[in-house]
Design a protein around this ligand. Structure first.
Ligand code: EPZ
Length: 419
């Protein structure tokens, strides 16, 4: 597996633009299936990520034609003629579960295999399935496959938990359903608003994204659209943390401070002074103070996806910090690797206690999953000496050329092809 060889101890300075949001692009690519017309869909500034390529190969398998034009992707979806997602492709990416909604909406049937679990814990889909049943879908589970069928009609659905994926799946299933669908206790993440904006550009009638209640009025047909997704708030937060722990000064261009409020408030608690100027955020590293407690929660709470990168920063804060992981309680595979590099983190259930240290020391560590890998890259930047992060395929699922972005700020990271 390929790896990153990181020379630590360098200060990061400069400006970067963050790539488009992975967790917006993926549901939006799935949403393109709802367009039966020959009008093309153009997505601008699509990040070159492993998961995006995996989704495009799934869509190709369903009959969608896509062409890349620079960082734009143009899709022709009228030829799509298949509603069965083969297992080998589903295994490539868990989050293809939100193909269920658009396939049902378009074809009245869908067959996808049960998405595998992953390093961050169990990934149940009960909220997805019960919501689709409320819309009139008949769901059968056989040999690890989910077979859904039915002519969908509007319904009021209350989610037991504000699941991002379930909210997206149900919006997509409701867009072409007959009548009005109301989703209560919906997820409020910015990616939901991105999806709503894209769907409405195609001619859908979705409103309420960003609030707890989303209303979808079913329409008969959608058309083509051009759309540019939000910047990736998790990548943005990761790069700001890089500035915080290397004592440098980094400015993010084209960021959305309102997507990062919980992190920005946490930076202030740690003794930092983020500067906001419209769509740019500047952060200068300073001596860091421990943060008594961070709890991960659905948006607008602190995002679970930034918990591993944040833990690297807390490992270097003076004092004792605690992190309570309430979204994915097992999301701590980065902890043993961070301790290997010199952090002092102990775990008890879903709570991590971090005793700040003055130094981390370069060593070979392994990326176990996407955000854990990002945390290790950050640790390598701050560590004294050389750090080798292996299994970086996980990282490249969700960060576009993270080594080039950080090198443009003064880091020294070499991408070493698999040995
Ligand atoms: C999305 O995953 C993101 N992935 C995740 O990002 C992110 O961590 C997560 O939302 C939370 O923000 C994409 O958008 C592709 P959930 P998703 O459904 O939709 C429980 C990354 O690193 N749950 O909001 O799978 C579940 O067990 C990835 O970019 C049910 O119980 O997250 C978890 O405890 C990792 N039943 C909680 O909800 C269900 O049917 C949050 O899951 C669905 C979820």
């Amino acid at each position: 597996m390929a790896g990153y060889l990181i020379q630590g101890g360098r200060t990061l300075r400069g400006k970067i633009t963050v790539h488009g949001a992975k967790n917006s692009v993926l549901p939006i690519l799935a949403a393109s299936l709802l367009n039966r017309s020959p009008e093309p869909i153009r997505l601008e500034g699509v990040p070159d990520l492993y998961d995006v390529r995996a989704m495009l190969s799934i869509l190709a398998n369903l009959g969608v034609q896509s062409t890349s034009q620079g960082s734009d992707i143009v899709l022709r979806t009228d030829q799509a003629d298949c509603y069965h997602v083969p297992e080998f492709l589903m295994r490539e990416m868990r989050s293809s579960i939100f193909l269920l909604g658009p396939l049902l909406g378009r074809f009245g049937k869908a067959s996808v295999c049960y998405p595998g679990g992953c390093a961050i814990g169990k990934r149940p889909i009960d909220l997805h399935l019960s919501g689709l049943q409320a819309l009139g879908a008949i769901i059968e589970e056989k040999d690890g496959y989910i077979h859904a069928r039915g002519k969908l009609r509007g319904a009021t659905i209350t989610l037991a938990y504000p699941s991002v994926g379930a909210t997206e799946n149900l919006i997509l299933a409701a867009v072409l359903a007959r009548g009005v669908t109301i989703i209560q206790n919906a997820a409020r993440e910015p990616e939901i608003e991105d999806l709503q904006n894209f769907l409405n550009k195609m001619g859908a009638a979705v409103e309420g994204a960003g609030s707890h209640t989303i209303t979808i009025k079913g329409v008969h047909e959608l058309g083509g659209a051009s759309y540019k997704v939000y910047p990736d708030r998790i990548a943005a937060g990761t790069y700001l943390i890089a500035a915080a722990i290397t004592g440098g000064q980094v400015t993010l261009l084209d960021a959305y401070p309102e997507h990062l409020q919980s992190l920005l408030q946490l930076f202030v608690q740690a003794g930092l002074e983020p500067k906001i100027d419209g769509h740019s955020i500047t952060l200068e590293g300073k001596p860091l103070k421990a943060v008594p407690e961070v709890v991960t929660e659905p948006f607008p709470g602190f995002p679970t996806d930034l918990q591993p990168p944040l833990m690297t920063m807390l490992a270097l804060c003076h004092g004792v910090s605690r992190v309570v992981e309430k979204v994915f309680p097992e999301r701590f595979h980065h902890v043993p690797q961070l301790n290997k590099i010199g952090a002092r983190i102990s775990l008890r259930g879903n709570t991590a206690t971090i005793h700040g240290v003055r130094r981390l020391y370069g060593v070979t560590v392994r990326a176990t999953d996407l955000r854990a890998g990002a945390a290790l890259v950050l640790a390598g930047l701050a560590a004294r000496g050389e750090t080798y992060v292996s299994d970086i395929k996980h990282i490249e699922r969700g960060y576009e050329n993270i080594h080039l972005a950080l090198n443009s700020l003064g880091a020294r990271i070499e991408r070493v092809a698999s040995t």
